[in-house]
Design a protein around this ligand. Structure first.
Ligand code: NAP
Length: 439
């Protein structure tokens, strides 16, 4: 029996890990009469999302996933349309009309705020500003970061807080062989910060850090890492009272105990992780000078506030307490993510990654998650549309960075890196990135 070929046009908005793993899931789902033409649309002139602008520069292994992305991009049914912004260059409505399926892989890039007095002071930043600043995101080159004080405070007990704290606490020469932004490296080399304090509002047993990242901390060559042993002992007592203890939690506590107990090097650079501390006010005269905390305690498994307060004199505070999705015309945001049910947004629109789940999970989480959404999409497919896809939507003369232009940018950055002894030197200027794509 000869089946009529069914070729569906798919628009994936957002060229980060969730977008690429969605493309891969579509590629793997092709069989018999069923095929997909995938257009990946990206606002920036560069793809790879958080792998380029989120992953810490001193974690190059995590970035090797970009090789997988490039393999996906090399498939004949994949096209890249970077330098194309949803809501500006194309509307969601137009994409919905032209494509059989639109998948929003737009992430969550707005840093959540504490909502406390003093948060608006100069040098009170969110990780959503500092991380892309040190990772050479073209929109964040101009973030004002003042590293002239001796102490920095980072709020939050998750991996982003740990990344930020580590970048501020290590000897910046350790970043020489990395792809950290050149402007950030220059600033970090002049930094006066010698103590970085991470503050979590709950106990070690509630921390969102993951064990492999914690285990790396005592290995830092030029920084001593501290956790109060008493807080760990308390947490172990609480864990012993639990009916069931997950393996991840045991591993985390073991890794934190090892940090608390390991021999210190006696170096000037210090990174401390403090628990049970809720920030209640940021004080300062025009600029951050002091962070006031309320002490908490754990009772019957619950975290409760005490009347005790303490403060840390610090010239910079960075909140790393999660992210919310950006808003686009036609998209409803609920609890910080695109309103969806199991990835289905409405009609032929779907969401994946942080846009779907909220800001949780590591890069690999997106693989299974995107596959689940693609399975659902395939179940819901109807007759394929006949349309011209994105080319009918863009204004004539709009400069798209396609895969071959991106490969030129990529090659240029890697060559500059080879000369400098780094994996790449990232170009930070938007116009220059486009120029490199033309070359
Ligand atoms: P996260 O893991 O959800 O951690 C957020 C932290 O912020 C939690 O400790 C949370 O405490 C705290 N928090 C939230 N609201 C707060 C408030 N109002 N006041 C004080 N603290 C508050 O988020 P993330 O660190 O942004 O990371 C996002 C995801 O990316 C995670 O899945 C993470 O593992 C992943 N990631 C992975 C890596 C890596 O693998 N190397 C690196 C970076 C990020 P409560 O628990 O008390 O709410």
């Amino acid at each position: 029996m000869n089946l009529k070929p069914r070729r569906y046009q798919i628009a994936i908005v957002g060229a980060g890990p969730a977008g690429y793993f969605t493309a891969q899931a579509f590629q793997k789902a092709q069989m018999g009469d069923l095929s997909f033409a995938i257009d990946m649309i990206e606002r920036l002139p560069t793809p790879w999302g958080l792998v380029r602008s989120g992953v810490a520069p001193d974690h190059p292994k995590i970035k090797t996933v970009s090789k997988v992305f490039e393999k996906i991009a090399k498939e004949p049914n994949f096209r890249l349309f970077a330098n194309v912004e949803l809501g500006k260059d194309v509307s969601l409505k137009d994409l919905r009309d032209q494509y059989d399926v639109v998948v929003l892989a737009t992430g969550a890039s707005k840093g959540r705020k504490l909502g406390i007095t003093g948060e608006e002071l100069k040098n009170s930043l969110t990780a959503a500003e500092l991380v892309p600043w040190y990772n050479a995101h073209p929109d964040f080159v101009g973030v004002e970061v003042d590293l002239s004080s001796d102490t920095a405070v980072v709020i939050g007990a998750g991996n982003v807080a740990m990344d930020v704290a580590r970048i501020l606490a290590i000897d910046p020469t350790e970043l020489d062989p990395t792809d950290v932004a050149e402007h950030a490296l220059a600033k970090l080399k002049q930094s006066k910060i010698r103590t970085v304090v991470i503050c979590g509002r709950r106990g070690p047993e509630h921390a969102a850090f993951t064990a492999p990242e914690l285990r790396d901390l005592p290995k830092l060559e030029n920084t001593d890492v501290y956790i109060d042993s008493k807080q760990i002992e308390e947490a172990i007592k609480h864990i012993e009272e639990m009916d069931e203890v997950e393996k991840d939690l045991r591993n985390n506590i073991e890794a934190m105990k090892a940090i608390a107990e390991h021999e210190k090097k006696g170096v000037a650079r210090k990174l401390e992780i403090k628990f049970l501390s809720t920030p209640i006010e940021i004080k300062g005269n025009g600029k951050v000078e002091e962070i006031v905390f309320q002490k908490n305690k754990v009772e019957n498994g619950k975290v409760i506030a005490t009347n005790d307060r303490f403060s840390i004199k610090a010239g910079i505070v960075i909140t790393a307490i999660g992210y919310d999705s950006d808003e686009y015309p036609g998209v409803t945001i609920e609890s910080g993510r695109v309103s969806n049910i199991a990835g289905h947004v409405e009609h032929n629109v779907y969401a994946v990654g942080w846009a779907k789940r909220g800001p949780t999970g590591v890069i690999g989480t997106n693989k299974s998650d995107s596959t689940d959404v693609v399975d659902l999409i395939i179940e819901n497919l109807r007759e394929p549309k006949t349309s011209e896809g994105i080319t009918a939507l863009l204004k004539s003369g709009h400069e798209v960075i396609d895969q071959s232009a991106w490969e030129k940018i990529n090659a240029s950055e890697v060559i500059s890196g080879e000369i400098a002894g780094k994996p790449r030197v990232k170009e930070v200027d938007w116009k220059q990135l486009i120029n490199l794509g033309r070359s």
